[in-house]
Design a protein around this ligand. Structure first.
Ligand SMILES: [Zn+2]
Length: 410
């Protein structure tokens, strides 16, 4: 079978150092199936995709020529001749970058989106695209040097609305200087591979679906509570981005016209009540007014307070801090309940830095949602914490990059 010549298709490219191009839809389906379910025997690949033997052999051989797949160990025998497994080439690498409001994380993964190396450092997104992307590139060089291989594609998540098609952020509220900065094109020319740019919460949702708590679920929402609050929406296994890329921007849903001022210029937004900055602000009030001994002590030790201190105080059973989290969880739950009624997801995943508030927060969101939503929508609805934590964003960014790398390009 190995000598079978491939059927005539589009002109075949020479094989060089550039990332290989996938040539046919069947090649694309083969790569995607192996990425999602691991190495398989040729027989199984053929059965799963409904490909005749000759066609399958031709495509697998061509993928091997391109350096995209390789033979692995022997497959479990199903009687008769033992066959070998075919898997994605172990030397392939995906690069994933997760830019947060105050940090930049870089991961190098294998072609199954399994993280091989992960580096994170503090970095203010406010310092602008050139400085931040230069840090990301420098970290990527370090990470790639530790686990060298052939770079297939890179994915990047940004903490604001993104035009996925154009590969750039669009009017992001907490990212001065980033509006319409050509992130994708700049990085693609530096890395010499295809680059995808997405909103960080969309990446987290995809990460949890590929390798975390939402494995193989097609309809789910991922709510990120960090410095800001956002929501990734997966419908039918695909990210729903909306017309301008702002779908899921729930942080600025207004809960009260006369509520606290928000970073977006409005007032009473969900984020102004329960984002990381709002928690730090309320914690400061509790510390200064003497209502929380725990927070007052943290303040005198560090000179400032953050959502992390609230989490510590809650863990220590500090009454005022617990109340703060309850109140915030109730408001978040109010918004999530509306989403549940509207979308009817199969799961709600809660992640991001403030998710470290953990079970207290979860309990409050759950009770809010179960009380406010239709029983039919919540009957089988798990509301859970992110399983991948800090890795959700990079795994999702790698997954999106692999989608791009495994798609047919002309
Ligand atoms: Zn707002």
């Amino acid at each position: 079978m190995d000598g079978f010549s491939p059927p005539m298709e589009a002109p075949r490219q020479p094989i060089g150092d550039k990332p290989p191009r996938v040539e046919t839809h069947d090649q694309s389906r083969l790569l995607t199936l192996m990425r999602d379910e691991g190495p398989m025997s040729r027989v199984e690949l053929g059965e799963r995709l409904g490909l005749p033997r000759a066609r399958l052999a031709a495509e697998v051989n061509r993928l091997a020529e391109l350096g995209l797949v390789e033979s692995g160990g022997p497959a479990a025998s199903r009687g008769g001749r033992r066959s070998t497994l075919v898997g994605l080439s172990s030397s392939l690498r995906l690069l994933a970058v997760d830019i947060g409001a105050t940090s930049v994380g870089v991961a190098v993964t294998d072609p199954y989106c399994e993280v091989l190396e992960h580096l994170v450092e503090e970095c203010e997104v406010r310092s602008g695209p050139v400085a931040v992307l230069d840090r990301a590139v420098a970290l990527s060089t370090l990470a790639l040097a530790k686990v060298p291989g052939r770079l297939l594609a890179a994915g990047i998540g940004l903490p604001g609305p993104v035009s996925f098609r154009e590969g750039m952020p669009v009017a992001p509220p907490i990212m001065p200087g980033w509006d319409r900065f050509p992130v994708r094109d700049r990085l693609a020319s530096q890395w010499g591979c295809p680059v995808t740019v997405d909103n960080d919460v969309n990446a987290m949702a995809l990460g949890e679906r590929h390798a975390g708590v939402a494995r193989s679920l097609d309809d789910l929402i991922f709510v990120k509570v960090g410095t800001g609050i956002g929501c990734g929406i997966l419908l039918g296994g695909r990210v729903y981005r909306g017309v301008a890329g702002t779908a899921g921007d729930i942080g600025h849903i207004r809960l009260d016209d006369f509520g606290p001022a928000c970073a977006c210029g409005e007032s009473g937004c969900l984020e102004a009540y329960f984002g990381g900055a709002a928690l730090a602000r309320d914690a400061l009030t509790l510390a200064r007014s003497g209502r929380s001994e725990f927070l007052a002590e943290s303040l005198s030790r560090h000179g400032e307070l953050s959502a992390r201190d609230v989490a510590l105080a809650t863990g220590a059973g500090d009454f005022a801090a617990v109340n703060l989290v309850r109140e915030g969880g109730r408001r978040l739950g109010q918004v999530v309940a509306s989403l549940v009624s509207f979308i009817n997801p199969g799961m709600v995943v809660i992640g991001g830095g403030v998710a470290r508030l953990g079970h207290q927060l979860l309990a409050e969101v759950r009770s809010s949602v179960y009380r406010r939503s239709m029983p039919l929508a919540t009957g089988n609805l798990p509301i859970v914490l992110s399983e991948l934590g800090d890795l959700a964003g990079v795994i999702g960014a790698a997954w999106t990059a692999s989608e791009r790398a495994f798609a047919v390009t002309t």
